[in-house]
Write a protein that binds this ligand. Structure first.
Ligand SMILES: C[S@@+](CC[C@H](N)C(=O)[O-])C[C@H]1O[C@@H](n2cnc3c(N)ncnc32)[C@H](O)[C@@H]1O
Length: 215
């Protein structure tokens, strides 16, 4: 088994044993998306969605399949996950694009505004300075009525993750993972032009879903 396959098999085990509450995250994500779609004008065009660090879509594919999207773009730094994501979503109910790329670079690139930005368990790989750059860039890439869904591990102000959290939740995480401090990130997001709402909190006080909308 090559390095990617080993790493991904470990992550798959974390997901399938629900150690990071991916099922609840997927449900909270579905609720947030369905709530946002329900309050949209019926005459609005089907929204485009960009998924930053999409992974293999093992849990999100059933949610995505039932959404009335105009298009879906799955972007990931790891090219090897993209065929897995494509397979998980097939048959695709709307046009889908698969891109090997860096979510931070995507946020800094020019392009038409997108209605739905989604990122699950990927932004914590950025340093805090990079997270701020990402939030500023993503704010330029979202429509005025758009939605940024950020599911991730977060940490309490001034705290690292406890030993118990580390063993229960993130055995697979490496020293390169940098969970955002909740309050500090809310402040940085506000400065970047976002309104922040916590839509779901996991039972480990680590995983959470933040819903960001243009302020
Ligand atoms: C823990 S997995 C999460 C996958 C999926 N979103 C989920 O919730 O199951 C993190 C994913 O983010 C990707 N990733 C990490 N850093 C990234 C970056 N800077 N830009 C794009 N993708 C990145 C990894 O390749 C991996 O597929």
């Amino acid at each position: 088994m090559d390095f990617f396959s080993q790493q991904w098999a470990t992550y798959r085990a974390v997901v399938s044993h629900d150690l990071m509450e991916h099922r609840a995250v997927a449900q909270a994500t579905a609720n947030a998306l369905e709530g946002w779609l329900a309050q949209r004008s019926a005459s609005a065009p089907p929204p485009e969605m960009v998924d930053l660090g999409c992974g293999d879509l093992a849990l999100l594919a059933p949610v995505l399949r039932r959404l009335p999207l105009g298009s879906y773009t799955g972007l990931d730094l790891t090219a090897a996950v993209l065929p897995l994501a494509e397979k998980a979503l097939s048959p695709m109910p709307y046009p889908c694009t698969w891109q090997e790329g860096n979510l931070l670079a995507w946020s800094q690139s020019e392009g038409p505004p997108v209605a739905i930005l989604h990122s699950a368990f990927a932004i914590h790989h950025l340093s805090d300075a990079e997270k701020t750059t990402f939030l500023r860039g993503a704010r330029q890439r979202i429509t005025a009525d758009g939605l940024l869904l950020w599911a991730d591990v977060f940490r309490e102000p001034g705290e690292g993750l406890t030993a118990e959290q580390q063993s229960q939740v993130i055995d697979h995480l490496s020293s390169f993972d940098i969970p955002a401090e909740r309050g500090a990130m809310e402040t940085l997001a506000a400065a970047a032009g976002w309104h922040w709402r916590w839509a779901w909190q996991g039972q480990h006080q680590a995983e959470a879903l933040a819903v960001l909308t243009p302020a």
